[in-house]
Design a protein around this ligand. Structure first.
Ligand code: OXD
Length: 309
């Protein structure tokens, strides 16, 4: 009875070692090494190559090693009738919150523009903004959005949130559903997208949405590239409706070298690094679910198939 790890990045060995360190009795394999596929009960996946899960006939559940599970549903061959779990982790949430807050402060103080000015040897002081100048609107009020909202409030930001279904969070005004989206957008000067990627949210960051934000609004997408319509954001950045955007996720990762985002003065880019599952923090919950599966207890952090997250 074993766990297989299937991912395409360079962290396979780190995950195998992290599980072995805590649970030396549980056989754990990289999908690339020789192993008995019939013995495997759990697939711990992160952006696995499509089609790789079908090789395991006795899987009991699929575990995403991140917060997102969209890539599992995108694999038409994945056995999505099985239970799917995801990571809900305080470190993943606080890392994301720290990243978003760093980007917001950089925007307030024009640090991106000053870097560009420095490269051009340009001495050009600008008026700066203060925390009190902006209302931050968070789209997606799950575990990560909740931590971010608390941190923003601690810094003194006026904070509000929007989610697909109604949520109430201490200290912030919340909006829900399509019918309240316009009101939420019209009062949001810095928009942070933390939504899960599902059929409902694909392409939600589009021209129609951007035009409902106040002129000069700033957009931060740390969720998935699939939320954003790239041509639409370029259009509203170029016509001045948005003052800038910080993007950490893209339709294609790594982003192709000829994509216009790379050279755009108003786009601040990072390579899907805002918040990455830390093995030390996450492996205990992966093993807790393994134990639960073995003893017939309900799994933690189960994904709702109907919602897609
Ligand atoms: C995640 C991510 O979903 O890193 O955990 O994007």
């Amino acid at each position: 009875m074993s766990i297989v790890i299937i991912r395409q990045d360079d962290k396979m060995d780190v995950w195998v070692a992290a599980i072995k360190a805590i649970a030396p009795d549980i056989p754990v394999y990289s999908y690339l090494e020789e192993h008995d596929k019939e013995e495997v009960e759990v697939a711990l996946v992160w952006k696995h190559p499509n089609g790789t899960l079908v090789a395991y006939p006795n899987l009991k559940y699929i575990a995403s090693s991140g917060a997102g599970v969209d890539f599992i549903f995108e694999d038409a061959d994945a056995p999505t009738h099985l239970p799917i779990t995801r990571v809900v982790d305080t470190m993943l949430a606080s890392d994301m919150s720290e990243y978003v807050i760093a980007v917001i402060f950089s925007h307030l103080k024009h640090l991106n523009q000053y870097k560009i000015n420095q490269i051009n040897s340009l001495w050009k002081p600008m008026d700066y903004h203060r925390i009190a100048d902006f209302t931050v609107g968070i789209m997606g009020l799950g575990a990560i959005g909740t931590v971010l909202s608390k941190d923003l409030i601690r810094f003194g930001f006026k904070t509000q949130g929007w989610s697909l279904s109604k949520k109430s969070l201490k200290g912030i005004k919340t909006y829900a559903g399509q019918e309240e989206l316009t009101n939420f957008l019209s009062t949001t000067q810095i928009l942070v997208c933390l939504l899960p990627l599902t059929h409902t949210t694909t392409g939600i960051l589009n021209k129609d949405l951007f035009e409902q934000l106040p002129i000069g609004a700033y957009v931060i997408n740390v969720a998935r590239g699939g939320h954003l319509v790239d041509e639409d954001i370029l259009q509203v950045l170029d016509n001045g409706h948005l003052s800038g955007a910080a993007l950490d996720v893209y339709h294609q990762e790594p982003l192709s070298k000829d994509h216009p985002f790379w050279q755009h003065d108003k786009v601040h880019m990072t390579p899907h690094y805002a918040s990455v599952s830390d093995t030390q923090s996450v492996v205990p919950q992966i093993l807790e679910n393994y134990k639960r599966m073995k003893s017939g207890k309900p799994l933690l952090n189960l994904v709702s198939k109907s919602k897609g997250y």
